[in-house]
Design a protein around this ligand. Structure first.
Ligand code: SAH
Length: 430
């Protein structure tokens, strides 16, 4: 197994410096002249060097290096594994190079080891081993969560005997066939689906792609969440077919549900179905009629006849419900991301506040609000401050019962805040 990447390590950099010398960053960096042709390291890999700020980022443990922190612009196509060195040629690690993105390097290894098929086989095994331990017996989970599993630009979701994959950068896109082979070896799946139909690929100059890479997909896949059986369409559904990051929160929600429940932004019913196992009635509000139809089918397949699916804009539904004097005992809010970049944060917070304020006003005393946000530009504190302001405006006292995040199969990488994107608060309105 590879060693943890940021642990103490002996100085084992090749090069002219005598053994035992300290890391270079505390000394003024010797900046190599700009060059367009990258050096080739002894192992045949192209070599890319960093300016001092890049070395500092490496030292801080951040898993990316931006273009401005490279020494010159390497004449590479993108997608290569490169050897990364500091201005003096000291080895720092190996990384995927991206030509088009502002993020030029994504670290793969901080050890001077070959980055070959066996390397990726071990990384997949390392990722899977954590899920086996954290979720024993489970066969539906996120296997690979990109950088957080030391596999940048790769997302792999397993749904029993089917696997759904996103290749997000040239480094992984160009190794599609290898990943298909390794995943086949690991899970012997019935089908591997490519869900690289995501906007972020444009930042890398990659087109959107979707299709079955190997095997055949007979239709939606089914998996259990607590007492509920959910069906997801891996080819046409949102994300890789489903929102696996909320699975543990779905099951948790059933524990709090009672009385008249409302689930806004329902998709195919991850929360609504759980609420329905305990609550008297559930109103599920979803804007997509395709998702709403699947939700109805999921409710019927689970013999949950207390779910009413409303195709509507949740913002309008909440406002109208208040105007009509409706009240609920349990409300779930799980909207899509409201801010794709930092400039959109203020608008996103206004959106979150509007729906949370209305939900608090709609709850009877003692009712629960399960409120989530997957916007990674808003952190847990920012989200909590927004909730506090909504509670104050509603003139209601609100308790925090639980503060949760994504499931254990979506690990957070310390030093990469972006991997801590999902917030899920359980609140009780007094
Ligand atoms: N709660 C779901 C995931 C929700 S994803 C689960 O846990 O599985 C967000 C959903 O909100 C998507 O299905 C999307 O179609 C829907 N949506 C987006 N904007 C909406 C709006 N204004 N009103 C209602 N639904 C909306």
């Amino acid at each position: 197994m590879p060693k943890p990447p940021f642990g103490p390590r002996p100085d084992r950099r090749p090069g002219p410096a005598p053994a035992g010398r300290k890391r270079p960053s505390h000394r003024p960096e010797q900046v190599a002249p700009d060059r367009t042709t990258p050096d080739v390291a002894p192992d045949g890999l192209p070599q890319v060097s960093l300016v001092r700020r890049g070395v500092e980022r490496w030292q801080a443990g951040h898993p990316w290096i931006y273009r401005a922190d490279l020494n010159g612009d390497p004449a590479l196509e993108g997608g290569e594994v490169v050897r990364v060195v500091d201005g003096r040629g000291w080895f720092l690690g190996k990384a995927f190079y991206s030509k088009q993105s502002k993020i030029s390097l994504r670290w793969l290894s901080y050890e001077d080891v070959p980055v070959d098929v066996d390397f990726f086989r071990q990384r997949l095994a390392l990722a899977d081993a954590m899920r086996q331990r954290a979720l024993p017996g489970e066969t539906t989970y996120r296997v690979v969560h990109g950088e957080a599993d030391l596999l940048p630009g790769l997302v792999v979701d397993r749904y029993g005997d089917c696997v759904s994959v996103q290749f997000l950068i040239p480094g992984t896109e160009q190794r599609k066939a290898m990943f298909v082979e390794l995943l086949t070896e690991l899970y012997k799946p019935r089908a591997i689906v490519n869900r690289s139909d995501v906007g972020v690929r444009a930042l890398e100059g990659l087109p959107q792609e979707k299709g079955v890479l190997t095997g055949s997909l007979p239709g939606p896949v089914a998996y259990d969440e607590g007492l509920v059986r959910v069906r997801a369409d891996l080819l046409e559904g949102q994300k890789t077919g489903s929102f696996l990051d909320q699975r543990e929160n779905h099951v948790m929600a059933s524990q709090y549900a009672f009385g008249e429940a409302l689930d806004c932004f329902s998709y195919v019913g991850g929360f609504a179905l759980q609420l329905a196992t305990r609550a008297k009635s559930v109103t599920a509000v979803e804007i997509s009629d395709v998702a709403a139809a699947q939700l109805r089918a999921n409710a019927a397949a689970n013999k949950l006849s207390n779910v009413d699916v409303v195709v509507a804009n949740a913002f309008d539904y909440l406002r109208d419900a208040l105007d009509e004097g409706k009240r609920f005992d349990t409300i779930v809010l799980d909207p899509p991301s409201f801010a794709k970049n930092k400039d959109a944060i203020a608008g996103a917070l206004r959106g979150y506040k509007e729906i949370n304020l209305r939900a608090i006003q709609l709850l009877r005393p003692g009712g629960y609000l399960i409120s989530a946000s997957c916007t990674y530009h808003i952190d847990e504190q920012g989200f909590e401050d927004m909730l506090a302001s909504a509670a104050a405006d509603a003139k209601r006292r609100v308790q925090i019962v639980e503060k949760r995040g994504a499931g254990k199969d979506h690990p957070v990488l310390l030093n990469l805040r972006e991997t801590r994107y999902l917030k899920c608060f359980v609140l009780r309105v007094l």
